[in-house]
Design a protein around this ligand. Structure first.
Ligand code: 13P
Length: 249
């Protein structure tokens, strides 16, 4: 049985104070919800406050991006060692918004995934096709290429312990979701790719989330699918009540 993992990606929202208030309120209301991993990914400037507010609760704090080097002349970047030092446990890597707007490539995603693991940070690795690729029937090819590239050079044990997120780009922030069946089909395919490259055991253990316009009203349909182990949620993770509903699906 894979443990469900519900993660909120706050993107460029919330000040440090707002993050702290949110996490304190979430922690107070989470008591008794122990069947799922709960992760919140605030902006860099809120990470320290978020880690403090989450102390003593089951909430884990993720960054939304990181550099692959631990230090150096990289103005404006944040290293895995810096995140680890703050108490950050997870990091979203290869989100489509970073691929689209900030020139993230399969190659840099792979470097970041390796660096995260070297620093004991669990990567949440995002893959997913754009609308044009879906319409051309290229979804499986795109997802296969991204998954293989992201995981290149990892051991089977490392792959089993990370988190993948399938986020079809056309479903992000648009209110359009993939049907639960379509998401299941792609995620099953991702598991097959992992089974081929890293063995059945890793493929059976690795947790794969769906992301893209997940809401309290539709999360159950995704979570009922046998290969979908969680959700990576943007908009609907920004209000405590809505995020709690997602966790309590
Ligand atoms: P939305 O839930 O706002 O569609 O965002 C999804 C996402 O990009 C999570 O990483």
């Amino acid at each position: 049985m894979r443990r469900p993992v519900i993660a909120g990606n706050w993107k460029m929202h919330k000040t440090s104070h707002e993050a702290q208030e949110f996490i304190e309120k979430l922690a107070a209301n989470l008591k008794g919800v122990e069947e799922a991993d709960v992760i919140v990914a605030p902006a860099f400037t809120s990470l320290e406050a978020a880690v403090k507010a989450a102390q003593g609760s089951q909430i884990k704090i993720a960054a939304q991006n990181m550099h692959w080097e631990n230090k150096g002349a990289y103005t404006g970047e944040i290293s895995p060692a810096m995140l680890r030092d703050l108490g950050v446990t997870h990091c979203i890597i290869g989100h489509s918004e970073r691929r689209q707007y900030f020139a993230e490539t399969d190659h840099t995603v792979n470097k970041k995934v390796r660096a995260a693991l070297d620093n004991e940070i669990i990567p949440i690795v995002c893959v997913g096709e754009i609308l044009e690729e879906r319409e051309k029937g290229d979804t499986f090819n795109v997802v296969e290429k991204q998954t293989k590239a992201a995981l290149e050079g990892l051991t089977s044990t490392q792959v089993a312990e990370l988190i993948l997120a399938y986020e079809p780009v056309w479903a992000i922030g648009t209110g359009k979701t993939s049907s639960a069946d379509d998401a299941q089909e792609v995620i099953t395919k991702i598991r097959e790719i992992i089974a081929n490259d890293f063995g059945r055991e890793s493929a059976g253990r690795v947790r794969i989330q769906y992301g893209g316009s997940v809401k309290p009203e539709n999360i159950k349909g995704f979570m009922e699918q046998s290969d979908i182990d969680g959700a990576l949620v943007g908009g609907a993770s920004l209000e405590v009540d809505s995020f709690l509903k997602l966790i309590n699906y």
